[in-house]
Design a protein around this ligand. Structure first.
Ligand code: SF4
Length: 250
């Protein structure tokens, strides 16, 4: 089976939500910020792919503007204004400290027994001492918080599949908040990281019930109407849609 971080994380949050999304292919609600998030990621990728020794803000803004169609809705115009302001702030915060970039939007794929782990690393830099740093852009409005160690493991294994080593630092770049959350990695043992990841894969595979796991996350769940843990009379689960209708996630 093919897994991504998003897919595994959905299972860890709630197996029933995972079942509806990935087994029954029930589409979730479109998110209004998705278009801006995609444009910001694409602009930063284009900017760092072509980055000059001394970049200019217009390089970044031009890359951002190129992500939008000629015909814009009012919501697009607002999103573009917001995105441009975020990128100007991002550029300013770099000062003259531009990274030595090793990978940009780098896809990875790793065979783990019967399973395949896939994903994309937003950016990987080489630090002055030769070690590597993963950078992950965050575009959500939710406040910065300590990252889930499982997310770190998935990124690390993805990097190991590309570069044969784990990163010494992982930086979560919160674009809407103008701040970073930096994790200095002490345990850079590939085998132990793989063991932790494999334990999650085994849990997904061995779960025959995929029962609801209610919690704080229920407030943002697209599937509450079908969920016996949230409503006394859940709606019947819709007939499965083709895989291609899933808008996001793997
Ligand atoms: S409402 Fe809560 S328990 Fe039910 S599927 Fe959603 S996240 Fe899971």
């Amino acid at each position: 089976m093919r897994f991504s971080f998003t897919r595994l994380d959905t299972y860890r949050r709630c197996p029933f939500q995972y079942k509806l999304r990935y087994h029954e292919h029930v589409p979730g609600q479109p998110r209004p910020g998705t278009r801006l998030a995609v444009a910001l990621h694409a602009a930063l990728a284009a900017f760092y792919r072509d980055s000059a020794a001394m970049p200019y803000p217009d390089d970044l803004l031009g890359a951002f503007d190129a992500q939008w169609p000629a015909e814009l809705t009012e919501r697009d115009v607002r999103a573009m204004e917001e995105g441009r302001a975020l990128l100007v702030d991002y550029f300013r915060r770099q000062g003259d400290q531009w990274p030595k970039v090793r990978f940009v939007e780098e896809p990875f794929r790793l065979e783990l027994g019967r399973h395949t782990l896939v994903g994309t690393l937003d950016r990987v830099d080489e630090l002055p001492d030769g070690t590597l740093q993963i950078v992950d852009y965050k575009t959500a409005r939710t406040p910065p918080r300590a990252p889930d160690t499982f997310q770190l493991d998935v990124y690390q294994i993805g990097l190991a599949a590309k570069a044969g080593e784990l990163a010494a630092r992982i930086v979560f770049e919160y674009l809407r908040h103008g701040t970073q959350y930096v994790v200095e990695v002490d345990d850079r043992n590939i085998a132990r990281t793989l063991d932790r990841l494999s334990a999650v894969l085994a849990a997904v595979e061995g779960d025959d019930t995929l029962a609801p796991r209610a919690g704080e996350h229920c407030r943002q769940c697209d599937y509450a109407a079908y969920c016996p843990a949230r409503t006394a009379r859940p709606l019947p689960i819709p007939v499965a849609a083709p895989e291609g209708q899933l808008a996001l996630g793997l």
